[in-house]
Design a protein around this ligand. Structure first.
Ligand code: FES
Length: 137
């Protein structure tokens, strides 16, 4: 069996939503101290809807595929839905990641949460701190 699914390879080779958003409403950057990989997510938000999302990932193929899939999953969605996105859901949408690569998908979940937190803070919006307690950065 191939180590990586077709979907992982597709999102690695043709990543969606790569780049930066000038004047983003929320930006979240996280890194993994062990592997040294870094992921940055930019959000454009209108009302409560994520109207645009871009990412920059300096990292492994699984991290790039996870960023690409995660951005596709939250684009056009309300913030409440994006906050519910788990790294497991990202990995499942990619038809799985090897167990020792699951931490790569955690970066995507954490970067999105951090970007939303950034948006809430910049705009003085009240938020439930417990939703951000598990940000892994
Ligand atoms: Fe570090 Fe994949 S090995 S994010």
């Amino acid at each position: 069996m191939a180590l990586y699914s077709e979907k992982v390879m597709d999102h690695f080779r043709n990543p969606r939503n790569v780049g930066i958003i000038e004047n983003a409403d929320g930006v979240g950057e996280v890194g993994n101290a062990k592997c040294g990989d870094i992921m940055k997510i930019y959000l454009k938000i209108d009302g409560d809807i994520i109207t645009d999302v871009k990412f920059e990932t300096f990292g492994c193929g699984s991290a790039i595929a996870s960023s690409s899939m995660a951005t596709e999953l939250i684009k056009g969605k309300p913030l409440s839905e994006a906050l519910e996105l788990t790294n497991k859901a990202v990995a499942e949408a990619l038809d799985g990641l090897p167990a020792y690569k699951m931490h790569c998908s955690v970066l995507a979940e954490s970067a999105i949460k951090k970007a939303i937190l950034d948006y809430y803070k910049k705009n003085g919006r009240p938020y439930d701190e417990s939703l951000f307690a598990d940000i892994d950065d």
